[in-house]
Design a protein around this ligand. Sequence first.
Ligand code: NDP
Length: 425
Amino acid sequence: MRPHSQTVKQKSSSDTEREFGGALGAVSITMFLPLTVLYLICVSRSPEASVFHWPPAAPVTEQLWDPLALLLLLAWIALHALLYLLPLGKVSEGLVLRDGTRLKYPINGFHALCITGVLLLLFMGLGAPLGCVFELLLPLAVCAIAASFLFSVCLYIRSFWVPAHALALGGNTGNPLYDFFIGRELNPRIGSFDLKYFCELRPGLIGWVVINLGMLMKEAELRGSPSLAMVLVNSFQLLYVSDALWNEEAVLTTMDIVHDGFGFMLVFGDLAWVPFTYSLQAAFLVVHPQSLSSLGAAAIIALNGLGYYIFRKSNSQKNQFRRDPSHPSVARLETIATATGKRLLMSGWWGFVRHPNYLGDLLMALAWSLPCGFSHLLPYFYVIYFTVLLIHREDRDERQCRAKYGLAWDTYCRRVPYRIIPYIY
Ligand code: NDP
């Protein structure tokens, strides 16, 4: 069979436009980030927990490979594929694609989280030692990274057999290294099973909270009960994951689903980076217990609450506006017309800064690190990395909005000059 994409004769400008530093950036990220995941896990369990200490003084028992880890990873992905296929929840349509069609997506991620919770309780009731996730963390990460590479290669190869309109505009540059990284096919599917949508919020995101729970159980095993810091980190992050899955439909309009192809960047991000680096605070607390005063805990809870409030309210306001601009909750907001027929919000949360949802997310990120104290940099890895990610994401989104909305976007930027933090950025 002849690969369809070879028949694409004319490339649009976005076909050749390169992000993330082009092919060199793509190769460097592909090599560097998996090693970073493994390094950070080693650092989190070393006595010094110093990101600047090489090699990290990990316990001698540390091992990279364990067949049990591979078995658990495969069982985990199979479980979530099964839960994805269960006829629970509603089915939603995505945005209109370039060929004028719309894909259907099952909105049952929150069901998957709840069923996973029940299954875990059952297993723990039967005596399954969830704390062993702590010992298996490194082999699990190795398997997730290997699976990400393998899966991305398969996705790259299969993308040569799909029609040209099914390719992501930005992932079709012709440079194999760059396209492998950024993703060629927009919505790879096996039948009605959408591989990108499945990976985006399920195995990795739910895996993250299960790893956290494993760390909590390990701490309880070692010290008799989990610490307040560990309970806070687990609760905050469980709230974040539950919120993402409760509002799963919103992912259908995100850059990841609408714009980006499904390549190594998203596969690795979803399956390895999120579960294994977002759980670093919990992993750190197992080896480096922290005492937290009630006042300190109350202040951190308030910060997380404030961040969550800004994050949720702003995201909901935009989603509501995009779904139904005449809804009473958004009908009175000031807006500006654009040449595309869509309007942009100019008041409310989106008149405060241009990305109020990122501001809320960053406040929460800080609240997740603070329970780990101030003695180490490692627990602040997430908030530092996330700031860089959101600044870069904001920049990408800004360029896409300027291309989409032209003059109207410039007017919006003049009216709302700050991007994420009022009067600062
Ligand atoms: P956003 O939800 O910020 O959406 C950006 C889009 O919103 C724009 O492309 C534009 O799309 C629309 N928009 C922008 N300004 C306006 C306006 N004034 N009025 C109406 N619509 C506007 O996108 P993200 O996917 O980046 O973020 C979604 C959430 O996910 C955020 O809360 C973010 O913090 C979070 N996130 C979390 C990550 C994590 O790892 N924890 C990673 C990435 C994101 P259009 O006009 O086409 O509708």
